[in-house]
Write a protein that binds this ligand. Structure first.
Ligand SMILES: NC(=O)c1ccc[n+]([C@@H]2O[C@H](COP(=O)([O-])OP(=O)(O)OC[C@H]3O[C@@H](n4cnc5c(N)ncnc54)[C@H](OP(=O)(O)O)[C@@H]3O)[C@@H](O)[C@H]2O)c1
Length: 436
């Protein structure tokens, strides 16, 4: 019984509120401490010190955040660009020349939409890869407006038809609104807009579509825009680069190899134009390729890291390819080949990049809407290099590289002048298209 009683009292003890238990324990331990060791510093002081320290850190962080927010808002307020801050940055780093409109404040455009509007392209033909979206779409629309026969190449039939019908409808609308403007420009006739389906990452698909174009259209092609592109193809499960159906690193296959094949098939058509123009949509990312510049064998190409360097490599390839083709054509050729960077332009490429997580899209949207060039503005340099043939001939614009708005820039200084790399790239591209 006595045992039972003790157990019950223990149980009762254990049911006591823990604070009371702690208090009694504290009392015991305090008494022990009083007799054995000096008392610890009062806990309230420690807590106060920690709290005030925490408050200091918090207020300091708040202060820094406030400053960053102010700086961020200042950056987009127009004040730094008016003061020439971005122009100064561009002088330090040529890759950022014409990056956004802020970088061009105080710089005269090399060509304008007003000049473009004076051109009459009726009777001329244009072929544009990636013509259903972004700068390719804007270019197709503008060339069509200036009277050219335009063919857009897209990988999706649905998006291609949709884009072509938008271009057609807008033109009809414009004609009913501004018949006088068009007549003033003496545009002789309205061009046609046609569509062609090809996946530029797939050599067989590219070859079939290009042959179809070559066989069913005029004998000449005046403007060839090698524009379709992706920023990234994402990663494999093992973290490696994704390959195309032909076993070629997919970004390189899409942005460069398919276009090389297309040129090979259409070469004679472009040469038979009075003044052929080939325009490659490169990117300032050409400044940021791998340490070796461009891989010239498949093993190295497919073993690269799955990051923006793969994109940079493909864009550097486009710049070097334009230079190599220019040299192959010779100084007296009637074909003018140039590459350009559209700047940071508000297009779908930012939202279809699998390397950019979806939660970043609202931030990206802020930049596309408030900071970047519009896709039409991004297309101006491309339109100049394709449409302004008189200017190209007069100024012998060939094998060059431009940033917005029509500013000539020296591309990647480490590799762009490397003639051997240009030749090796051409040979490697010839080998790769054999895989079709
Ligand atoms: N926007 C920029 O800030 C920026 C900066 C530097 C360079 N660039 C270059 O500008 C070019 C045009 O891009 P964008 O900015 O106008 O972006 P976009 O709106 O995404 O346009 C890219 C076009 O390429 C097409 N495309 C992609 N992969 C293809 C494939 N395998 N076969 C056929 N077509 C394919 C796309 O077709 P879908 O609609 O089917 O995807 C789309 O029509 C690209 O070469 C890009 O690298 C853009």
């Amino acid at each position: 019984m006595a045992k039972k009683k003790r157990t019950t009292s223990k149980k009762q003890e254990s049911k006591q509120p823990t604070s009371k238990k702690k208090d009694s324990k504290k009392l015991v331990s305090n008494t022990k401490k009083q007799t054995k060791a000096p008392p610890p510093p009062p806990t309230t002081t420690t807590t106060t010190t920690t709290r005030s320290c925490f408050q200091k850190i918090t207020s300091c962080t708040c202060y820094i955040i406030q400053i960053l927010v102010i700086l961020f808002l200042m950056l987009f307020s127009g004040i730094p660009s008016q003061l020439g801050l971005f122009r100064f940055l561009a002088k330090m780093n040529p890759a950022s020349v014409g990056l956004t409109p802020a970088f061009n404040v105080g710089i005269k455009d090399g060509y304008t939409f007003e000049q473009l509007d004076q051109l009459d392209l009726s009777g001329q033909t244009a072929l544009i890869t990636g013509g259903n979206s972004g700068v390719g779409f804007e270019t197709a629309k503008y060339l069509f407006k200036l009277g050219a026969d335009v063919t857009i190449i897209c990988r999706s039939k649905e998006r291609c038809v949709q884009a072509a019908s938008t271009i057609n409808n807008e033109q009809q609308q414009r004609q009913s609104d501004t018949t006088t403007t068009i007549n003033n420009n003496n545009r002789k006739k309205r061009g046609k807009i046609t569509t062609l389906i090809a996946d530029m990452s797939d050599l067989r698909s590219t070859r079939d579509a290009t042959i179809k174009y070559a066989e069913s259209n005029n004998s000449t092609l005046d403007m060839l825009f090698l524009n379709a592109g992706i920023a990234s193809a994402g990663k494999n499960e093992d973290g490696g680069l994704k390959l195309s159906v032909d076993g070629i690193e997919k970004v390189f296959a899409t942005n460069h190899v398919g276009h090389h094949l297309m040129w090979k098939i259409l070469e004679s058509k472009v040469k038979s134009s009075n003044c052929g123009r080939v325009v490659l949509t490169s990117s300032a990312s050409n400044f940021g390729s791998y340490d070796y510049g461009i891989a010239t064998d498949l093993e190295t190409l497919n073993a690269g890291e799955a990051n923006m360097k793969a994109y940079g490599q493909s864009k550097l390839a486009q710049v070097l390819w334009a230079q190599e083709l220019t040299r192959r054509l010779g100084p007296d050729s009637n074909v003018y080949v140039n590459s350009y960077h559209p700047g940071a332009a508000a297009t779908m490429i930012w939202f279809t990049n699998p390397m950019i997580p979806k939660f970043m899209h609202p931030i990206l949207r802020f930049f596309t809407e408030n900071v970047m060039w519009t896709s039409l503005e991004g297309a101006l340099t491309m339109l100049y290099l394709g449409a302004a043939s008189e200017d190209l001939v007069t100024n012998n614009v060939r094998g060059k590289y431009f940033h917005p708005q029509v500013q000539e820039v020296i591309p990647n200084p480490k590799f762009a002048q490397n003639l051997q790399l240009q030749k090796d790239l051409w040979t490697f591209s010839d080998e790769l298209i054999e895989r079709a």
